[in-house]
Design a protein around this ligand. Structure first.
Ligand code: ZN
Length: 495
C-alpha cells in the first residue's frame, strides 16, 4: 500500500498542472549559468590559491560561501555559526622546486614544474643529486613471490616507480594493498633510497599526465623524503641510454609478472622545500532551511559538495579546480537560492553543506557523518554534486544502491532536462560514500566524461560546458524538490 501511495505522490508531484508548461516548477528558473559561473570564477581565482583545506585560500572560500549562506538567511548549522570545525594534514610547498638532469656535475636539462613534473602535495623536503634506478611498481611482497627491491641496491639513489599498483595478481588471493605514494615512499626509503619519482602507466589506454594530488594514503609523514610525479616522456628521457622505454619496462613486468629493475645512466637533481602540519584547522560549511511540515521538518535532505581542491606549489596554482569542485559548490549555493528566492516551503528540512578536504580522502564528509548535526536516521537522502561542469551528459551515481532515489532523478530528467544516461553504479563514491556507508540513500550527480582536465592546469572556468552545468544543477534541484516535498519515507527511498 505504501508503495502505491508513494508512487501516486511521485506522479502527482511530477506531472505538470494542466495548462502550465513543464518548466514552471517553482524556483527552477532562478538557477542560472550567470550565478553558477560567478561563484566558479571566484573560487578558481588566483586569490583562493587552489583551495587546499587548511590554507588561507580555502579559508577565504569558506568565508565567502558562509556569507552567501548568510545572505540567503540559511540558518547557521555548524558548531560555530556556519562552520563545523575539524583538523586535517596540511603541507605547504615553497620555492625553489627543481628537477634537473645532471651530467659531469652540470645541469644539462631543467624540467618545468607544472608541465614536466609536479610535486606530490604531501612531499617531504630535500635537495639531492643522485643516480636514478627504475624499480618497477616499487612494491615488496615476498609473500607473493614479488619484490621490486630484491635484486637491486638503491642506497643513496633516486627511484622511479609506477604510480599505480599492477592490474594483475600473482595468484587468486594476492592483493597488492595500499599503493599510495606515502606507502611506496616509505618502502623506497627503507631500502635506502633518498627520493622518489612516480610515473603513470604508459600502457594505459589514456595514460595519465602529471596531476596535482594530495591523496597520499595513511601513515606517518616523512618530512625529509622528496616525491615528484613526472610525465611519461620525462621518464623516457631519464631512461635514455638504458636501452628501454617506459612502455618496454611495463610490458616486460606485466607479461612476466616478475620484477625488472634498470640502473639508468642518468643523474638527477631534486629540490623541494615543504612545511608539514599534522593537524591544521579547517571547516565544513553548514546551513539549514527549516522544513514547514510539523512532522516532516524533523527529517532532512542533505545537499552537499566538496569545496576544497589541491592547493598551489611554490606560489603557483597548477590546478584551479573549476570543475573539481567549484562547480558542485556553486550548485549547492544556487540550489539553496532557488529554494529560498522561489519561496518554497519544503516539508522536510534541508541541510546545505560544503565539505572540507575531500581531496585528502573524504575527510570532511566522514567528519560530518561521524559528528552529524542531526541523528543520521533522520537523514532521508543525500545529494552529492562533484565535477558537474565539464562533459557531455548527466550521470547519477549510486543508483544501484539507492534505486528509488535514482528513479526520482531519472523521472525528473524525463520531464525536464532529458540529458541523463542510464548507466550508474553501486556503492557511494566520493563524498556520497560516507553517507552510503551509514545506510543513507545517496545520489551522486556528475557529468559523463567529466575528468579530462581533472587536477590539471586546464580545469578553468573557460573549459566548462555551461549549458550542461546549468541543466545538471536544475536536475539536482528538481530531485531535492521531490524528496523534500514528496511522500517518500526513508525506507522507501532506501530500496
Ligand atoms: Zn578532485
Amino acid at each position: 500500500m505504501k508503495n502505491v501511495a508513494a508512487l501516486l505522490l511521485l506522479v502527482l508531484y511530477s506531472v505538470p498542472i494542466l495548462g502550465q508548461p513543464a518548466k514552471n516548477v517553482p524556483g527552477l528558473s532562478i538557477i542560472s549559468q550567470k550565478n553558477l559561473m560567478k561563484t566558479v570564477t571566484f573560487l578558481s581565482s588566483k586569490e583562493l590559491g587552489g583551495r587546499l583545506s587548511g590554507s588561507e585560500g580555502y579559508n577565504k572560500a569558506a568565508s565567502y560561501m558562509a556569507s552567501e549562506f548568510s545572505k540567503l538567511k540559511l540558518k547557521p548549522f555548524g558548531d560555530s555559526a556556519y562552520y563545523q570545525k575539524l583538523n586535517v594534514e596540511y603541507n605547504e610547498i615553497y620555492s625553489p622546486v627543481k628537477l634537473n638532469l645532471i651530467e659531469d656535475g652540470k645541469v644539462t636539462k631543467e624540467y618545468k614544474l607544472g608541465k614536466d613534473f609536479v610535486c606530490r602535495e604531501l612531499t617531504g623536503s630535500g635537495h639531492i643529486t643522485a643516480p636514478v634506478v627504475f624499480c618497477g611498481y616499487g612494491l615488496s611482497k615476498p609473500e607473493f613471490g614479488y619484490d621490486d627491491y630484491a635484486a637491486v641496491n638503491v642506497k643513496g639513489k633516486i627511484v622511479i616507480v609506477f604510480k599505480s599498483n599492477p592490474s594483475w595478481k600473482m595468484n587468486d588471493t594476492s592483493n597488492w594493498g595500499n599503493g599510495y605514494p606515502r606507502f611506496k615512499a616509505k618502502l623506497a626509503k627503507e631500502h635506502g633510497a633518498v627520493g622518489m619519482l612516480i610515473v603513470s602507466l604508459p600502457n594505459d589506454a589514456k595514460p595519465q599526465t602529471t596531476i596535482i594530488s594530495v591523496l597520499e594514503g595513511g601513515g606517518e609523514q616523512d618530512e625529509n623524503f622528496p616525491q615528484f610525479h613526472i610525465d611519461i616522456p620525462i621518464a623516457d628521457e631519464i631512461l635514455a641510454g638504458s636501452g628501454f622505454t617506459l612502455k618496454d619496462l611495463q610490458t616486460k613486468i606485466d607479461s612476466s609478472k616478475q620484477p625488472f629493475v634498470v640502473q639508468t645512466a642518468s643523474t638527477i637533481e631534486m629540490e623541494v622545500h615543504s612545511k608539514y602540519t599534522k593537524e591544521k584547522p579547517t571547516m565544513n560549511i553548514v546551513g539549514k532551511l527549516e522544513g514547514s511540515d510539523p512532522e516532516l521538518r524533523n527529517e532532512y535532505v542533505v545537499v552537499g559538495a566538496h569545496l576544497d581542491h589541491v592547493g598551489e606549489q611554490a606560489g603557483e596554482i597548477y590546478a584551479p579546480g573549476a570543475n573539481d569542485n567549484a562547480s558542485g559548490s556553486a550548485a549547492v549555493l544556487e540550489i539553496a537560492r532557488a529554494f529560498i528566492k522561489g519561496k518554497i516551503k519544503p516539508k522536510r528540512s534541508i541541510i546545505f553543506v560544503l565539505f572540507a578536504s575531500e581531496e585528502l580522502g573524504l575527510i570532511g564528509s566522514k567528519y560530518f557523518v561521524d559528528n552529524p548535526p542531526v541523528p543520521l536516521e533522520k537523514i532521508t537522502a543525500m545529494i552529492n554534486l562533484d565535477c558537474i561542469g565539464y562533459g557531455d551528459s548527466i550521470q547519477v551515481g549510486n543508483g544501484k544502491s539507492s534505486p528509488n532515489l535514482w528513479n526520482v532523478a531519472h523521472h525528473q530528467d524525463s520531464l525536464f532536462t532529458k540529458m541523463m544516461v542510464g548507466a550508474t553504479w553501486s556503492g557511494g563514491g566520493a563524498d556520497a560514500g560516507p553517507f552510503h556507508d551509514k545506510g543513507i540513500p545517496a545520489a551522486y550527480f556528475v557529468t559523463t566524461n567529466s575528468y579530462t582536465h581533472l587536477h590539471c592546469m586546464t580545469d578553468t572556468p573557460e573549459t566548462l560546458n555551461k549549458t550542461l552545468f546549468e541543466e545538471i544543477t536544475k536536475l539536482a534541484y528538481l530531485t531535492a524538490f521531490e524528496v523534500v516535498n514528496g511522500g517518500y519515507d526513508r525506507e522507501e527511498v532506501l530500496k
